[in-house]
Write a protein that binds this ligand. Sequence first.
Ligand code: ATP
Length: 254
Amino acid sequence: MEGEEMLLVNDISKSFGGIQAVKDVNLEVKKGEIVGLIGPNGAGKTTLFNMISLFLSSSKGGVQFLGENISRETPERVVEKGLLRTFQTPVGFPKLTVLENLMVVPKQKGEGIFSTFLKRKSIVQHERENYYKVCALLEQFNLFQKRNELAENLSAAELKLLELCRQLMANPKIMLLDEPASGVNPVMLDKMVEHILRLREEGMTFLVIDHNLGFIYRICDRIYCLANGELIASGTPEEISNNERVKSVYLGVN
Ligand code: ATP
């Protein structure tokens, strides 16, 4: 149901030694929303993503996904439940083709985020059902022509799209995107916007980190701004773009 709470981050904190990377952050994402997470370098955005996806344990606080406390789950279980995330640097397999990247699975449980949806199967499998799903996905993302190219030969934007496809193979309910626009040229950025908005039309929910505010303002319904590990503002793109605190800490305007 639209408007239903999908992700709830409760008072979460993380310290690394003496560094308080994230401090008492509360955040929510409703089904069908695209929510942005912005902030200057070192603000704590990726640390927050790492805690939500359980790649990192929190020092305090917890995460609810679809009404269930997932704080004690493993990253693999969270993926199975439908919470998927990308990384700033795509984590695919550069020496495999685009097609293989979507059909591949690490041998051991826990070797990577893809282990859950193809685990217990061989490294590269050509199950017909899967193959058709991969081809349809590549068509949708204009990557079908590149299906036999090695991933290492793709542009930054194409790699980001491949990363999205890989997530979609796991049937996510929510996608956490870490800097999907970085290194993406303006033409491809328009495509990225189109793809994300189309996926949302089809029912997807997103939490998106990016430094490109133009991109964030184009796609997001609401935005949270972090600085020094703390939430300093939240609101619509219009509210955030006019927020004096955001301007001063994030844009360097005094
Ligand atoms: P960027 O936009 O540059 O990616 P960010 O907002 O994602 O930054 P984080 O990467 O979450 O910020 O880092 C927040 C703070 O925590 C920084 O001071 C960083 O140096 C520190 N930090 C992050 N990970 C670790 C770690 N594993 N060990 C020690 N300090 C860390």
